[in-house]
Design a protein around this ligand. Structure first.
Ligand code: HEC
Length: 141
């Protein structure tokens, strides 16, 4: 009986802890990028994070106009030009879709924020943050 219990504990540990940790790493699709392009992407990601921070700060101060501008300028479709189009050519279809989802979510957030609707803007911003999270949980370089 004791042995069965120990065995069960080991199995539960494996299912709940060890397996998710192992698969969490393997699950991500590795996207191969040339070194120079990788450098550009890392820089642009850091810029996205800085924009994210600035938007949160603007929302906290009820400065929706500024939040709207930052989102459009740093996360919207206008960022999908220049070197970004080279990056897009290396993206698997799913990643490309999330890239477009982020740009569309940023535009939507920007439009809602322009109306001065704080609650609506917060709710729209959730789609921006979930685009970041979904892509990070599925892809790595
Ligand atoms: C289309 C996919 C995609 C989207 C959308 C995306 N990222 Fe990334 N980001 C990545 C990948 C892939 C990495 C590299 C992760 C790795 O290799 O572990 C990364 C890395 C980063 C890094 C780490 C940079 C460093 O210093 O190494 C930051 C910060 C970041 N992203 C911020 C953001 C923010 C903020 C958003 C949303 C506003 C966002 N990203 C949206 C794909 C994406």
């Amino acid at each position: 009986m004791q042995r069965i219990r120990n065995c069960c504990t080991t199995l539960i540990f494996f299912l709940l802890v060890a397996m998710p940790i192992t698969f969490a790493h393997n699950e991500k699709t590795k996207v191969e990028l040339p070194q120079k392009l990788k450098q550009y992407v890392i820089e642009s990601m850091r810029q996205k994070l800085a924009a994210f921070d600035e938007i949160m700060d603007s929302l906290a101060q009820d400065n929706l106009h500024h939040a709207s501008q930052v989102a459009e300028q740093y996360l919207g479709p206008s960022t999908q030009t220049g070197t970004h189009t080279v990056f897009q050519s290396y993206m698997p279809a799913g990643m490309r879709h999330l890239d477009d989802t982020l740009a569309a979510a940023a535009t939507h957030f920007s439009e809602v924020a322009q109306t001065g609707d704080t609650i609506g803007a917060l709710s729209a911003f959730k789609h921006v943050s979930s685009s970041c999270i979904l892509c990070h949980s599925a892809y790595r370089f």
